[in-house]
Design a protein around this ligand. Structure first.
Ligand SMILES: [Zn+2]
Length: 280
């Protein structure tokens, strides 16, 4: 069960990584070109056709169209699925190493930031002269626009990548909170188990210290931090394979039971004691 959940989380992290990879390719292309990265949808750089919801699935969309644009059949660079795949692995490995933790979150935020900065820088160097001129015109145009316009911001559709990444992020955040509450429950359970084991060993030692090990069945209880631990001591004769009793060997069994959050738990221990001949 535990293993299944772990695998599901790893896969979720992989998918989140590929979505971020997809966002990275879009963002590092657009940032140096001074284009909006959050409010306009992905489009084919060749025919400028806007991509639909299903065209934005990382890797799968590339595989399904055999690496070509669905609309103009232009070849798409292998760079796109490779970046998506690589980021899938980066996100998954971060989870596998650090689990759901602040470290993972901080590392991923730094990673995303660095990827965008370095990626944009590399992509800027790959821009053609015409594109640079175009950017200059856009920057100039925006300045003029800002001066003439007051407050009429256009609200386009939020890019699919950002939307899906946000949904997954919220999902992970809620899961992390849930796991934390589960963790404190586990911690309480461990504390009880430690206390119960302590009682178990104490009682067992007391029984073994006793001079006479008569056959006995007794029960008692101990209370620690408002939790009652019931214990049972059961001393029997040790049986041989042929069900024959070994008169001078005793089997001491101690079982401690306690309940936590409506569930019953127990720890048990068996030990042998040889009774000197003169006591038998
Ligand atoms: Zn196209």
């Amino acid at each position: 069960m535990e293993q299944t959940i772990y695998t599901i989380y790893s896969l979720f992290m992989f998918v989140t990584g590929t979505l971020f990879g997809s966002f990275f390719t879009l963002a590092t292309y657009r940032i140096p070109r001074k284009q909006d990265i959050t409010h306009t949808r992905s489009y084919c750089p060749n025919c400028k056709h806007k991509l639909g919801f299903f065209d934005c699935f990382p890797i799968l969309s590339y595989v399904s169209t055999i690496g070509r644009c669905k609309y103009c059949k232009q070849k798409i660079s292998i760079r796109y699925p490779l970046i998506e795949l690589a980021n899938g692995f980066v996100f998954m490995f971060m989870f596998m190493i650090f689990g759901f933790s602040i470290e993972t979150l901080v590392l991923l935020i730094c990673y995303v930031y660095l990827f965008l900065v370095i990626g944009s820088d590399i992509m800027e160097k790959n821009m053609t002269e015409e594109e640079r001129e175009e950017v200059k015109r856009i920057v100039e145009g925006k300045k003029i626009k800002k001066e003439s316009q007051t407050k009429s911001k256009k609200k386009g559709a939020i890019s699919v990548e950002v939307l899906v990444a946000s949904v997954i992020f919220v999902f992970f955040f809620i899961t992390a909170i849930y796991m934390t509450s589960n963790y404190s429950k586990t911690l309480a359970l461990y504390k009880r188990e430690v206390d119960a084991t302590g009682i178990l060993l104490n009682v067992m030692n007391e029984e073994k210290e006793k001079d006479f090990s008569n056959l006995v069945y007794r029960s008692d209880s101990v209370t620690i931090d408002n939790v009652t631990y019931n214990y049972v001591v059961n001393i029997t004769n040790k049986l041989k394979d042929s069900n024959q009793e070994l008169a001078n060997v005793r089997n001491i069994n101690v079982t401690v039971t306690y309940s936590l959050l409506g569930e019953n738990h127990s720890v048990t221990l068996d030990s042998l004691k040889v009774v000197p001949d003169y006591e038998v």
